[in-house]
Design a protein around this ligand. Structure first.
Ligand SMILES: [Zn+2]
Length: 313
């Protein structure tokens, strides 16, 4: 091979290499031209999808917060409603227990319950927005437990009138009396969750059947911080005679008017005293129209006591 021939071949090789290189560059450019928009479009698509997801999640959050706001609003309205109801109950209760100094007071008191007549009496008291005092005995059973609780819940005074009401047992000796007082106190506390503060002696503080001097019994309740109440008016529902409801009301009114400005009216709510329960609406109407404050016994009430405690006795 001549020298010229070698040069020519080398040039030809060089020429082919250049052509190959040029082809590669052209190919790469074409690939780039095709791929870049493709990649970009994929990226945009992905980005768009992500944005859409974000928007829908935000929309969902917004919707949830709107729902929450609505439910909060509803709760708030409910609370406001209950508050208003409570306010009106308290106002009603305050009206029923407000003592007007210029008016005479009458305290309706019911002994020997509870019974089904207590339900009837409580319904009437509720209807007329009047509070009373119940000197109760220990009566078992769910219905009676509900009655003790209702007395307290509706703003009346739950008071004690002995556990057994059997005079010969209660007044047999001082220990028996003490035991009976403590038993009824615990019984009412267990039933209604309130420790009673007021007591009415079976037969009154002036009874003549007690084997124990009543001064000892009085001393005991006083020492326990219990205030006892007798009565200075009655509707005669426990005299052994049978009266109609309207006769009971007339007798009660006559007795109340004779008693003065601070009247504790004795009535009964045991199961045989249906006429007393039936007489109550008319009695309340007549007391109201005679301008009496009808009140429950509280610590502010001036006690009516037949026998006062005599420290020397
Ligand atoms: Zn009694």
């Amino acid at each position: 091979m001549t020298r010229n021939e070698m040069v020519r071949r080398a040039r030809a090789r060089e020429q082919r290499r250049r052509i190959v290189r040029a082809r590669r560059i052209v190919f790469s450019v074409i690939v780039a031209i095709i791929l870049i928009p493709l990649v970009y479009s994929c990226y945009s698509h992905f980005k768009m999808k992500k944005l859409k997801q974000d928007i829908s999640s935000l929309e969902k959050q917004l919707k949830d917060s709107e729902t929450n706001q609505k439910s909060l609003q509803e709760q708030l309205e409910q609370i406001e409603k209950e508050l208003k109801k409570k306010e009106s109950q308290l106002k009603k209760q305050a009206e029923a227990t407000t003592d007007h100094p210029e008016k005479p007071n009458v305290y309706l008191t019911f002994d020997d319950g509870p019974s089904q007549n207590t339900d009837h009496i409580l319904d009437t008291l509720k209807e007329y927005n009047v509070r009373a005092t119940f000197f109760c005995l220990a009566r078992e059973g769910e219905e009676n437990t509900a009655r003790y609780q209702r007395i307290v819940q509706e703003g009346h005074t739950l008071a004690m009138h002995s556990y057994s009401h059997i005079y010969s047992t209660i007044y047999a000796n001082l220990d028996a009396f003490k035991e009976d007082v403590n038993k009824i106190s615990d019984f009412l506390y267990d039933a209604a969750g309130v420790r009673p503060e007021f007591y009415r002696f079976p037969g009154g503080s002036s009874n003549t059947v007690s084997e124990v001097p009543m001064s000892k019994c009085i001393q005991y309740v006083n020492k326990k911080g219990i205030t006892y109440f007798d009565w200075n008016a009655q509707n005669d529902d426990a005299t052994g005679k049978t009266y109609t409801p309207s006769q009971l009301t007339s007798r009660a009114m006559r007795s109340v008017k004779a008693a003065g400005e601070n009247v504790v009216l004795l009535m009964h709510d045991e199961k045989t005293k249906t006429a007393t329960a039936e007489s109550l609406p008319e009695l309340i109407r007549r007391l109201k129209s005679a301008d009496y404050d009808i009140l429950p016994i509280t610590t502010r009430t001036q006690p009516v006591q037949h026998v006062k405690f005599n420290p020397a006795g």
